[in-house]
Design a protein around this ligand. Sequence first.
Ligand code: ATP
Length: 297
Amino acid sequence: MTTTRSFDSDAVTGPTSPIVELRDIGKSYGNIDALRGVSLSVRQGEITCVLGDNGAGKSTLIKIIAGLHDYTSGTMVVNGEERHFSSPRESLNSGIATVYQDLALAPLMSVWRNFFLGNEITRGPFRQLEAARMKRIASEELTKMGISIPNLEQPVGKLSGGQRQCVAIARAIHFGAKVLILDEPTAALGVNQSGVVLKYIVRARDAGIGVIFITHNPHHAYLVGNHFVVLKLGRVALDTHRSDITLEQLTTEMAGGSELEALSHELRDANPEAVVDQGITRPVDTTADNEGEREGP
Ligand SMILES: Nc1ncnc2c1ncn2[C@@H]1O[C@H](COP(=O)(O)OP(=O)(O)OP(=O)(O)O)[C@@H](O)[C@H]1O
């Protein structure tokens, strides 16, 4: 018998202490409160999905954990210690790697050079590149993740968007990430490529990494996520585990939940000729089916 299953496995065996914990975090830009009272726990071996519409505060949240911005209230605890990162390097040194949407890859450089970008293996006083060794390691690491790129000499810019994401994920894992922040990794990808990337996100989780998966897409989140946090206007609107929510509930929450219902009533009042059905407004078809009812000239 075949069963349909999501990428989510039962790999998570029980609660571990959070590797990153935000407690009542706030962040203001002048008089704009981008985040207010946000609490969030990220655990190793779990995929924590952070969902939210435009302006919800997702980027601000990433920037705080990635060391680009400091928070203005609350506490951030990393590996059990209270931290205020003053640079991305500090976050990286604490084992937190961030893969941004506009990947920090050099498109004209080869795949293996990109894999080692900023971490090149060199020898001798003139820091000669150990090319053969780097190529071998890059190939082994990509294979370990199940990523098939036959020619590592080709420019990374020639890879598909999904493959580029996978190279960036494999690189972060190789260089010791314990927490991986993925900023909308499937946003610009088609269905197949998204599937490939989601598979590697699961591999990262199964390798024991705590993944923070930022996305607009509840379907992608639900395929892989263990834990879901929905941000709305800088606040946590929902924080729940997979066993406590269905895809339909998550989708409704993302689509606006009760706000959407109110909007659907307003639209029905404003446009009585429209059929409003579960948030989808369809104009009544007054042509094809009614053709025979028209009066003659
Ligand atoms: N540097 C900044 N200066 C002033 N306001 C900012 C700054 N960055 C973000 N904001 C504001 O903070 C709020 C949250 O923005 P943020 O970019 O974190 O949201 P987001 O969920 O990532 O949205 P998107 O999906 O559109 O990127 C918004 O109101 C935004 O205008």
